[in-house]
Ligand binder design. Structure first.
Ligand code: ADP
Ligand code: MG
Length: 246
């Protein structure tokens, strides 16, 4: 639920990869505490949009502000800006040769300057919350995909992000593991975390989203509440997409 205060403000961004026009005049405002689900066909620019918000991609034109600070900013180092925008990908990207606990403490020690003891205390509390505390000494390969993704969420949260971006967080998971990850995400949403979630999980959108944004061909085609979007999409492109999804 939103507090009405804008946190992520994307205005008229354009993104080209060479000649390819990947984002066409995209604007998006996410208020504090709001959960926005982005949905749309493969290749529509959903990942590109997330990556530009996190500065993993540069934009060709337009502006992106996080909590009032325009990116890129002169003052703040990139690592710190990235820490404010937690990102969870389809592939969990944990460090294979580090333990679960080390995966979660690394960023807070390096970027936030926490002591090892402080970082471990925070990490264990977060791992507990995602149900992985008892696995803290293990290595990523010893965990299931669903467990690894929950560690990836804990790792992002350990940086105390202002907003969390999820790019198809359950697409690489076996069906029985999807729910455990979505439940963690619903919990975060209920606690008031600001979230942008690329997902085709309609159940999640219905449970947690304040708004659904439909993208196609690099454009935001329509935006609506989840019930309205799923039951009465406005554009032909959204109708066509939903008919294939069901
Ligand atoms: P989605 O996440 O909605 O599937 P993407 O944002 O990944 O879409 O991609 C949008 C379009 O941009 C696709 O056509 C893709 O091929 C293209 N694209 C993505 N990344 C690159 C890149 N690094 N270089 C060139 N084209 C890219
Ligand atoms: Mg994608």
């Amino acid at each position: 639920a939103s507090t009405g205060e804008p946190l992520v403000v994307v205005e008229n961004i354009e993104k080209y990869y060479g000649d390819f026009h990947a984002l066409k005049n995209v604007s998006l405002t996410v208020n504090k505490g709001e959960v926005v689900v982005i949905i749309g066909p493969s290749g529509s620019g959903k990942s590109t949009l997330c990556r530009t918000i996190n500065r993993l991609e540069t934009i060709t034109s337009g502006t992106i502000r996080i909590d009032g600070t325009e990116l890129p900013s002169e003052g703040k180092p990139l690592a710190q800006l990235r820490a404010e925008v937690g990102m969870v990908f389809q592939s969990f990207n944990l460090f294979a040769h580090k333990t679960i606990l080390e995966n979660v403490t690394l960023g807070p020690i390096k970027v936030r300057g926490l002591s090892k003891a402080e970082a471990e205390k925070t990490a264990l509390a977060l791992l507990d919350r995602v149900g992985i505390k008892h696995q803290a000494a293990k290595y990523p390969a010893q965990l299931s995909g669903g467990q690894q993704q929950r560690v990836a969420i804990a790792r992002a949260l350990a940086m105390k992000p202002k907003v969390m971006l999820f790019d198809e967080p359950t697409s690489a998971l076996d069906p029985e593991m999807i729910t455990e990850v979505l439940d963690v995400m619903v919990g975060l949403a209920k606690e008031g975390m600001t979230m942008v979630v690329v997902t085709h999980e309609m159940g999640f959108a219905r449970r947690a989203a304040d708004r659904v944004l439909f993208m196609a061909d690099g454009e935001v085609v329509e935006e609506n509440g989840p019930e309205e979007f799923f039951t009465a999409p406005k554009s032909d492109r959204a109708k066509d997409f939903l008919s294939k999804l069901l």
